[in-house]
Design a protein around this ligand. Structure first.
Ligand code: PLP
Length: 452
């Protein structure tokens, strides 16, 4: 008998579109307005697609996070993670609320400076800081978070050369029970590498160790990982106090709290499974408070929360381009936005709602973007009312990372709007035009002309 051919097994989530524990319909009401502003009106005035951010929601998220930590711990400082969304108007909302800046490149550093953040209130993270970058950061008394030994040695050299004290912290990676471990950034705790780095800093006359930093991962679904991180940082801090008789000024627990988005493949929706910011605050502050610091030497708790503060304040408004049937009979709907603008659709199942009244019939469908590229899929399967050419949709919770990871591929980037707390709409980033793109290009003389 001939041997049967091997077929690769595939596991697919079943989306029957029939009764499930959440009911038969995934959407019940159209979203015609955001903060009282008409979706259709915004698209008419500012084009489609268009990003919309809601100032009231950003401030609410921030104030809620500050309250969660400050009611449990006396010294708390947030630093806005620029890479999460570095549109200046957005950064300034956080700075108005009292947030410092957390940057991972000189480009972001300069953005923070130009926004008016004092250089002493910039936390400079990341694995790549050039000699020029480090010089500027030392000169500006910024908080330099060291990633590896080569950077540490360069800082020793530079600070001596500049004859200036550099304020530094080390980034520490560790086993927090979450795998794969993020051990590519910073110095490892368990192997003793972090302690080695500390001893080298303490031996230098020009480096001042002011803090200890950990950013253990992102979209963390367990609070216990933060308790472990806080304990391991505290262990280092207590040892520094013991051996060098110097208290550590701050512990920086990084970012990584999840937003209410739904991760791909998750059975329950994000909002149903993520711990609240209060639960994270409880885990972190209990650990630090119970660690045995002297009350007058309690370190400031720094947080670099990104996505959890902004994701649900961002929307993408778009328009249906066309419908078609795929060869297997599935309905496919093509939108005027795709992975060029929604990088996060690679790992989230974004909630998408029609922006106008719709009929009763729904169908499982694939949502494609407008790119001439096979992987441009916004949702592999979504149950929606039947949308028609020209209909508008609202994509929810897109405030984090999309406006920094977007691509100018095939299409240029669209307008970004802010609805302020009075319901007024502002453009905070203009759409790109052909001039924007061409202004960066140069044409060698011999290529200027052609005849076809
Ligand atoms: C990206 C990043 C953050 C923000 O992470 P979120 O998951 O968005 O909260 C904070 N700190 C560092 C060092 C980062 O790289």
């Amino acid at each position: 008998m001939e041997k049967l051919k091997y077929e690769r097994p595939v596991i697919k989530k079943l989306n029957a579109g029939l009764m499930n524990k959440f009911g038969t319909r995934s959407e019940y009401a159209p979203v015609t307005h955001i903060e009282g502003v008409s979706v259709k009106g915004m698209i008419e005035q500012y084009g489609s697609p268009v990003f919309v951010l809601v100032e009231r929601q950003i401030r609410k998220n921030y104030q809620n996070a500050v309250r969660a930590f400050k009611t449990r711990y006396p010294k708390v400082q947030f630093a806005w993670s620029y890479k999460t969304n570095y549109i200046n108007a957005i950064c300034n909302i956080f700075h108005q609320e009292g947030s410092w800046a957390e940057v991972v490149s000189m480009f972001e550093y300069q953005k923070a400076i130009q926004n008016g953040v004092p250089s002493q209130k910039i936390i400079f993270n990341g694995p790549e800081k050039t000699t020029a970058d480090l010089t500027i950061a030392i000169d500006g008394d910024s908080l330099i978070h060291i990633d590896h030994f080569d950077e540490l040695y360069e800082l020793v050299e530079l600070s001596e050369k500049l004859d200036k004290k550099a304020r530094v912290a080390i980034r520490v990676n560790m086993d927090t029970g979450i795998y794969p471990m993020w051990d590519r950034f910073g110095f490892n705790y368990e192997s003793g590498q972090a302690w080695n780095a500390i001893t080298k800093i303490m031996a230098s006359t020009h480096l001042e160790l002011v803090g200890l930093h950990a950013h253990i991962g992102t979209f963390m679904l367990t609070t216990s990982a933060y308790a472990i991180a806080a304990a391991k940082l505290s262990d280092l801090a207590v040892n520094i106090r013991h051996y060098y008789h110097r208290p550590i000024q701050y512990l920086d627990l990084g970012g990584g709290f999840p937003s209410a988005n739904t991760l791909k493949g998750s059975y329950l929706s994000g909002a149903d499974i993520i711990p609240s910011i209060d639960e994270f605050a409880e885990a972190i502050t209990n650990t630090i408070l119970n660690y045995g610091y002297r009350t007058d030497e309690l370190p400031t708790l720094v947080l670099e929360t990104g996505r959890a503060l902004i994701d649900d304040a961002g929307y993408l408004l778009g328009t249906v381009v066309a419908n078609k049937r795929l060869s297997d009979g599935r309905r496919a709907t093509i939108m005027d936005f795709g992975v060029n603008l929604l990088f996060t659709s690679f790992w989230y199942e974004h909630k998408i709602t029609p922006a106008q009244e719709f009929g009763h019939q729904t169908e499982d469908m694939v949502l494609y973007g407008p790119l001439c590229m096979n992987i441009d899929v916004v949702r592999e399967t979504i149950n929606l009312p039947l949308l028609h050419k020209g209909d508008h949709v609202v994509v929810h919770k897109v405030g984090a990372y999309n406006m920094t990871q977007w691509m100018q591929f095939i299409h240029m980037r669209p307008n970004v709007l802010l609805i302020d707390t009075k319901g007024e709409t502002h453009i905070i980033r203009r759409n790109e035009t052909l001039e924007t793109i061409n202004s960066l290009e140069e044409m060698p003389t011999h290529l200027k002309n052609f005849h076809l």
